[in-house]
Design a protein around this ligand. Structure first.
Ligand SMILES: [Zn+2]
Length: 118
């Protein structure tokens, strides 16, 4: 049993109250009549399945019954943030990659600084 933060109720609630509804941020083509079969097929059927950061649509089914988004790591299953519909995630695959590079760079510089001192 774990808890998920509902951004509308602004409370941590038991995970049994929530249901996943698939990938978040999928936009319906503005003019379906003018898109190609491939574009329409992508919209209807194809979803990302990344190893790492993934944005998902969830619903607080036994609560406020509102939809919201979760940023989850697909390897660790860790929920990194929850946010309301229409908001942009603060944690993205790019931001995590940038932080990892910055952390590696700071580790490398502190190691080289220690080598200079020694
Ligand atoms: Zn709620």
């Amino acid at each position: 049993m774990f808890h998920i933060y509902c951004p509308y109720c602004e409370e941590w609630r038991e995970e049994e109250e929530f249901h996943p509804k698939g990938q978040a941020h999928i936009q319906r083509p503005i003019d379906p009549e003018s898109c190609s079969d491939e574009e329409w097929g992508d919209y209807l059927f194809f979803r990302d399945n990344p190893r790492g950061i993934h944005h998902e649509l969830w619903v607080h089914a036994v609560g406020c019954r509102k939809f919201f988004n979760i940023t989850r790591h697909t390897q660790s299953y860790e929920i990194l943030e929850t946010y309301r519909m229409g908001e942009t995630p603060s944690v993205t695959a790019e931001s995590v990659k940038r932080e990892a590079i910055a952390a590696a760079a700071s580790t490398a510089t502190s190691e080289s600084a220690e080598e200079v001192r020694a």
